[in-house]
Ligand binder design. Structure first.
Ligand code: ATP
Ligand code: MG
Length: 322
């Protein structure tokens, strides 16, 4: 059953007990992985869940998947509490952990899918339909009878995604689904996730360190750091509030001259025939900067753009580091 709110997380807290120095006799110490996070994901939305290493993303995802109990807080996924209604819950969600396999190493892809059919009691008709659709969309037909251990990373990841979706889950949780994939495989996974949402209205929570995944897919970005939510907004809003700067690249027909830039602009890089300038359009509108540069006779092409997404996120993390 679909609900208007697919995922609800309120005041979620998780502390791990670890033994100091790794010794089983040593004193224990607490690590707060989640320090009271709250967010909701409406049905049919693709939410990016990002944050630096150790921020608490995988911990949250393990709790949402039902494999970890929180210390406290409320979590509902389609009205079920993951760790309390485990069986009903796993039948409705699909999870991909890019860092480790959910499939059985010694089984073939086809056998693994058939085993999942039995685990989730997927009716034979529906199973066949889903398997054929997924095999086609994820290009699995050539590798169906290979054992998982023989697959390349990209092949395995596509098989993992098929395995996570074989039972038509309403909510899909992807923890770094594109990690280690080559560029064409990343594009294929992104296209697949986009189609899944468009055709089936599937809700997706996506964790990734590849900001191009976020740019390509996410309706909204939830940023987590040190176990707390730092931002929860449409991607463009994050971009606008974090870095309003623009980048101008100017090519010259010879070695670039001294530019005597007006206030609001700084030279950030100088090549043999080009200069990169970072400027604040609030203080120095682009036309004024271009007019200034146009006074140099050796000027060639000009390009103006926003900083790269990596830059924006790095800056955002740095601004919120404590
Ligand atoms: N089983 C565990 N026992 C003790 N501490 C843990 C355990 N799992 C995670 N942690 C700690 O909890 C914090 C959050 O870890 P988590 O794996 O959730 O981060 P993450 O956001 O997924 O990071 P990454 O981007 O590196 O995958 C880290 O400080 C980590 O060391
Ligand atoms: Mg992680």
């Amino acid at each position: 059953m679909k609900t208007a709110t697919a995922i609800e997380v309120r005041d979620l807290r998780k502390t791990y007990q670890v033994r100091d120095g790794g010794s089983w006799r040593g004193k224990t110490r607490e690590i707060t992985a989640l320090d009271g996070i709250s967010f909701t994901v409406p049905s049919g939305e693709i939410a990016g869940f990002i944050g630096p290493n150790g921020a608490g993303k995988s911990t949250a995802i393990k709790i949402l998947s039902g494999i970890l109990r929180p210390t406290s807080g409320i979590v509902r996924v389609g009205n079920l509490v993951p760790w309390e209604n485990r069986i009903a819950h796993v039948a409705r969600i699909g999870v991909v952990f890019g860092q480790r396999t959910q499939l059985w190493w010694d089984l073939s892809v086809a056998e693994g899918l058939a085993l999942l059919r039995d685990i989730y009691s997927v009716e034979p008709e529906r199973f066949k339909r889903n398997r054929d659709r997924l095999a086609e969309a994820l290009d699995l037909n050539g590798i169906m009878d290979q054992s998982v251990r023989q697959l390349s990373l990209g092949q395995r990841m596509r098989a993992e995604i098929a395995a996570a979706l074989i039972h038509d889950p309403d909510v899909v949780i992807l923890d770094e689904p594109t990690i280690g994939l080559d560029a064409p495989s990343k594009l294929a996974v992104r296209a697949f996730v986009r189609d899944l949402r468009r055709e089936r209205g599937t809700t997706v929570l996506l964790t990734t360190h590849d900001m191009h995944d976020i740019e390509a897919l996410a309706d909204r970005v939830i940023v987590i750091g040190h176990g707390r939510i730092l931002a929860d907004s449409p991607f463009e809003a994050l971009q606008a509030t974090t870095l309003s700067e623009r980048i101008l690249e100017a090519d010259f027909t010879g070695p670039p001259p001294e530019l005597f830039l007006p206030d609001g602009a700084v030279e950030t890089e100088r090549g043999t025939r080009s200069v990169t300038i970072t400027f604040d359009p609030q203080r120095l509108p682009a036309p004024a900067l271009v007019a200034h540069l146009s006074t140099f006779p050796d000027l060639g092409d000009l390009r103006i753009g926003r900083p790269a997404i990596e830059e924006i996120i790095t800056r955002f993390y740095a601004d919120h580091a404590s």
